[in-house]
Design a protein around this ligand. Structure first.
Ligand SMILES: NC(=O)c1ccc[n+]([C@@H]2O[C@H](COP(=O)([O-])OP(=O)(O)OC[C@H]3O[C@@H](n4cnc5c(N)ncnc54)[C@H](O)[C@@H]3O)[C@@H](O)[C@H]2O)c1
Length: 337
């Protein structure tokens, strides 16, 4: 049995609490949150204790820490938790700064403790089936990837302000998915971004609509489209063209009914947002973490994966700001040891 402390009882912390409590080999023992009421209400649902993050990390009876606090706290908490001998599952992204994330990776590696980064989309049943088909050579060599990721509505501007911007906060999932499916880092990234959804997001210095084009050393291409607004729900699609065919993962709809009449053909909307769409993925992600933590096997998503996606987000941010393509070496060389 894995005894777990959860740090952060916000939107995603509540999802993880459910997965921890539902798993037969994990137990939610303690919850912390900067807001006492948030921790109290979540802990009481699961019979867990309310403690400070420091107390939970220092508790020798806790085996694993799940970090679901705001991004600017992740590196510090990963370092403290791994140095205290805990296995860690940390939400994406690893940090707002690539340099800080790399320093955190060194500290975590020196501790010898396993760390998994919460790229939940790898555990989505449709996306992982698509990945298996790629690995089995079912479409030959993958050549052109298109990822679509539109949220139904933007988060509060208070969240945007500490999020690191769309490329680090939102598109980071797509950068990781591109790495997962294409099997290597791109060579160069070009990005454009606009604030079309909410002027307050633009005023906060961020964009809410963006397109990224990535080129690989062998000539392959990937395109990512993000928007913080899709009036019809959470739009999450993958299209991968290979030398021997096409793979598509379409949206999961609220129901499977299609109505055909003289007026046209209509169906249900996509599920509303990440809580609905990725619930099975969060559960599968947690199961993969528990299996690895209990068996000592390698974590299926590592800090290296987290750093790679963050480096791509950094390149995209620079490209959108400068209006020119940015090579991954421009981002990685200055921080390489
Ligand atoms: N994988 C995903 O699908 C996914 C989805 C949403 C958010 N996230 C990530 O999860 C993190 C949290 O996002 P959220 O949407 O749940 O935010 P949120 O604001 O809803 O929740 C964060 C919570 O952490 C608490 N908190 C702040 N500092 C703390 C500290 N030092 N110790 C303990 N608690 C602290 C806040 O009071 C808040 O309740 C972010 O890094 C975000 O990028 C991932």
């Amino acid at each position: 049995m894995l005894r777990v402390g959860l740090l952060g009882a916000g939107r995603i912390g509540r999802v993880h609490a459910q997965a921890i409590a539902a798993h037969p080999k994990s137990q939610l023992c303690a919850v912390s949150d900067a807001v006492a009421d948030a921790a109290e209400s979540l802990a009481s649902e699961y019979g867990a204790a309310v403690r400070s993050s420091g107390e939970i990390i220092a508790d020798p009876s806790i085996d694993a820490i799940l970090i679901a606090t705001p991004t600017d706290t992740h590196s510090d908490l990963i370092e403290t938790a791994t140095q205290a001998g805990k296995a860690v599952l940390c939400e994406k992204p690893v940090d707002l700064s690539l340099e800080r994330a790399l320093a955190c990776k060194s500290v975590a590696e020196a501790s010898g403790q396993p760390v998994m980064v919460g790229f939940n989309r790898r555990f989505d049943p449709s996306f992982s089936s698509l990945k298996s088909a790629v690995d089995n050579g079912e479409i030959g060599a993958p050549e052109m990837l298109a990822l679509t990721s539109f949220d139904p509505a933007p988060p509060p501007v208070s969240y945007i302000k500490v999020s690191g911007g769309l490329f680090r906060d939102m598109m980071i999932h797509d950068f990781d998915m591109a790495n997962y499916l294409m099997g290597q880092l791109p060579q160069q990234i070009s990005a454009v971004g606009s604030s079309l959804v909410d002027p307050a997001i633009g005023a906060a210095g961020d964009v809410d609509t963006a397109v990224v084009t990535m080129t690989y050393a062998d000539g392959r291409i990937a395109v990512i489209k993000n928007s913080r607004r899709a009036t019809y729900g959470y739009d999450q699609r993958i299209e991968l063209l290979g030398s021997g065919g096409l793979l598509q993962a379409k949206n999961i709809l609220e129901n499977a009914v299609v109505k055909s009449t003289a007026d046209g053909v209509t169906g249900a909307k996509p599920t509303y947002f990440f809580l609905e769409r990725y619930l099975p993925a969060y559960r599968a992600e947690w199961d993969a973490f528990v299996q690895a933590a209990l068996s000592g096997a390698a974590m299926p998503v590592t800090l290296d994966d987290g750093v790679a996606a963050l480096a791509m987000a950094e390149a995209a941010t620079r490209s959108a700001q400068s209006g020119r393509p940015v090579g991954m070496d421009e981002v990685l060389k200055p921080v390489a040891k």
